[in-house]
Write a new protein. Sequence first.
Length: 298
Amino acid sequence: MNNVKNVFSIKDLENLSGIKAHTIRIWEKRYNVLQPMRTDTNIRLYSLSSLQKLLNIALLLDYGYKISKISTFADEKITELIREVVLNKNAKNHAVNAFKMAMMNFDQKLFFNTYDWLSEEKSFREIFRQVFIPLMEDIGLLWQTDTITPAHEHFISCLILKKILVNIEKVEADMSINDSRVYVLSLPLNEIHELGLMYLHYEIVSKGFRVIYLGQSMPFGYLKDLKKHYSSIVYLSYFTIQPERDSVNDYVNSMASELLGDGSQIWLIGELVKHIDLNLIPEGVKVFGSIPDLIEKI
């Protein structure tokens, strides 16, 4: 069965645009800004074009336009105004919305065109921190509310991953490597969300250090093999959905007993680290609340 969405509920529109369903209903009644389809039981359904229009309206609202004024514009006029707004390369919300539309339509060309547009004025680091991180935060919420499918999430994640890899290769080609500290990057068993960890790979090599990237679903028991080849290792892991929340402290302590010693450290980041009791973890384990916090310590 094909579960990829091409029509959306009003709740989906709320999740994607940030505009409350109640407000959308009022705008429909008062200003006729959207014309939803109706089921036999009178439930509203919206097309991709309606979603695009609502995202454009949301952007114009951010730039000071009133809905009473926007509602008088033809669709062509709204598109023209959007073009004027996005001439300002700081129009972060436009880029996030464009990437969302690329995701919903499985549109690689829109993704790459939007990225190229951003690249005219921004570095890769700025694009990732200012646009991709908010985008992925939104996508996490969209996935949790069933607004998007795993196919949507995987599509956009793989495209972002390609950009990270390209930029890692660029940096590695131009820099000498400092082996005074080696970073071993891996994800816990059954953890597959690696965008954050891959971006940290980029930041670490940008600072000249060696990275051993082991990626998804790597049992920590195998990581100690690296001690045979390197000293002063920082084992870096990103906890998004694994380990289980109730066992995260036990997992960290087991990881520490296997890997600490010989000057090694363990650095942890991700959504689940907020559930680590810092009073119960050994010295040598560092927990970070955000990517910028961790980057400062490299």
